[in-house]
Design a protein around this ligand. Structure first.
Ligand code: SF4
Ligand code: SF4
Length: 161
């Protein structure tokens, strides 16, 4: 599966699903990474981590992106600057995908076979999104009207950013 191919990333809540949005999952993962300390998440210095700009559980501001614009994001096997990532439509879902590939030694098979499923002792909050797909949107991506609505929503979001 291509690394950055995901047309259906959107972080609006889906009331039909119990899953957190990709943004919320990223936030939970960062808290887990920092042993539950919001202060440590705030102070995180791992700017290469794909989740860095999403660690607060919201979309990054233009200023935040600019501050790390030239930082190459993991995985090292396929670096991309933070500026390029966002200029090319970077999203929390795509950041999670990169994070999972980095976690798995850049092996798509390892990501696929990840053992950190919900219910496991060491379950990972990113698990539902590890393949770069949003289960909250399953079945919604092939609908032309839905895609058009998604495109308009994104344009509005960019316009209001
Ligand atoms: S941005 Fe990466 S290194 Fe920093 S808290 Fe989140 S997961 Fe951990
Ligand atoms: S979902 Fe699996 S591959 Fe992704 S970060 Fe978590 S443990 Fe690693």
């Amino acid at each position: 599966m291509p690394l950055d191919t995901e047309p259906t990333d959107i972080d609006t809540p889906d009331t039909t699903s119990d899953l957190p949005t990709p943004l919320k999952a990223a936030r939970k993962h960062c808290l887990d990474c920092c042993r539950g300390s919001a202060q440590e998440v705030r102070l995180c210095t791992a700017r290469e981590c794909p989740l860095y700009l999403y660690r607060h559980g919201r979309r990054p501001t233009a200023e935040e992106i600019a501050a790390v614009a030239h930082v190459p994001l993991f995985p090292e096997e396929r670096p991309i600057s933070a500026a390029e990532f966002h200029a090319n439509g970077g999203t929390a879902l795509k950041a999670i995908r990169r994070r999972c590939l980095d976690c798995s030694g850049y092996s798509q098979q390892e990501v696929q076979d990840c053992w950190a499923k919900p219910g496991e002792r060491n379950a990972c909050d990113l698990y539902p999104y590890r393949l770069g797909k949003n289960p909250n949107r399953a079945g919604k991506g092939g609908n032309p009207a839905a895609l058009e609505a998604l495109r308009r929503y994104r344009e509005q979001q960019r316009g209001s950013a």
